[in-house]
Design a protein around this ligand. Structure first.
Ligand SMILES: C[S@@+](CC[C@H](N)C(=O)[O-])C[C@H]1O[C@@H](n2cnc3c(N)ncnc32)[C@H](O)[C@@H]1O
Length: 257
């Protein structure tokens, strides 16, 4: 496990693609509405929309790779106890301040019991895990029969590498170097892997709405060097379903009994 308090100045620069220490360096960005992780906020809202209200008291939602707990406000009122598992202690400390019970651990070896979860969320996680199949096996193991898996990730396509890395990482929407495109996840392989572990996953492509994103980018550019103009909730770009899964996609499915 890493310690979020390790000395940033001692590290070689730049860090290799997908090096998790980047999340320590970016720790102040998580909850800035227009910060480097802004798009994660948009995606968290769309992911939470796939989660129904809890069907029983004490229902548990396990959020794998929870980061700073950006999902938490979007689950408010749905009735889950929200447990977050992440490698990055500096992010978990922030998640805890947003009501998430933090577990410092690896999504490929989660220190929680089989069948403990009513919902497992894995938002923008699998494309960061060298052994994503192991993380999927863990997600399915944690689900009780009838429990729901919800996730979103980047597809293993040339278009995804172009849009998410070559273009996205040059815009303020995605931190540069945060992805290693060799880890991107083919949606057919993901569906097959989930099926092997008892979850019939449905997938659909999603993308940020264009007008909202352009308006957001313009505001970002205009506010550079001047007073920051926090994005108001009503003007946050929406994540919309799209016909193609070839870049960003959501998946959801119920664990068979
Ligand atoms: C792109 S962020 C997504 C965070 C959060 N799910 C969200 O959507 O706001 C990826 C997160 O996954 C975490 N992570 C990466 N590899 C992991 C692993 N093997 N096990 C647990 N967490 C991991 C990182 O520390 C980071 O917080």
């Amino acid at each position: 496990m890493r310690d979020g308090s390790s000395r940033v100045s001692d590290r070689p620069r730049p860090l290799p693609p997908n090096d998790p220490r980047q999340y320590d360096d970016l720790a102040d960005e998580w909850w800035r509405p227009d910060g480097a992780f802004a798009m994660l906020h948009w995606l968290a809202r769309a992911r939470a929309a796939l989660v129904p209200p809890a069907a029983r008291p004490d229902a548990l939602l396990v959020d794998l790779g929870c980061g700073a707990g950006l999902l938490a406000p979007h689950l408010a009122g749905k009735g889950y106890r929200h447990v977050g598992v992440d490698l990055t202690r500096s992010a978990l400390a922030q998640a805890a301040r947003h009501g998430v019970t933090p577990v410092n651990g690896d999504a490929t070896a989660v220190p929680l019991a089989d069948g403990c979860a009513d919902v497992v969320a894995a938002g923008e996680l699998l494309e960061h895990v060298p052994d994503w199949r192991r993380a999927v096996a863990e997600a399915c193991r944690l689900l009780r029969p009838g429990g729901l898996l919800v996730l979103d990730t980047l597809n293993d396509t040339a278009l995804s590498r172009l849009i998410a890395v070559e273009i996205g990482e040059r815009l303020p929407t995605v931190p540069r170097g945060i992805h290693d495109p060799r880890l991107f996840v083919d949606h057919r392989e993901l569906v097959a892997e989930c099926a092997r572990h008892g979850v019939d996953l449905r997938v659909r492509g999603v993308r940020p709405g264009l007008p909202g994103t352009l308006a957001w980018l313009l505001r970002r550019i205009r506010s550079r060097g001047g007073r920051p103009q926090p994005t108001t909730v009503g003007r946050v770009p929406r994540i919309r379903p799209t016909w193609s899964t070839s870049v960003l996609y959501q998946g959801w499915g119920v664990r068979r009994g």
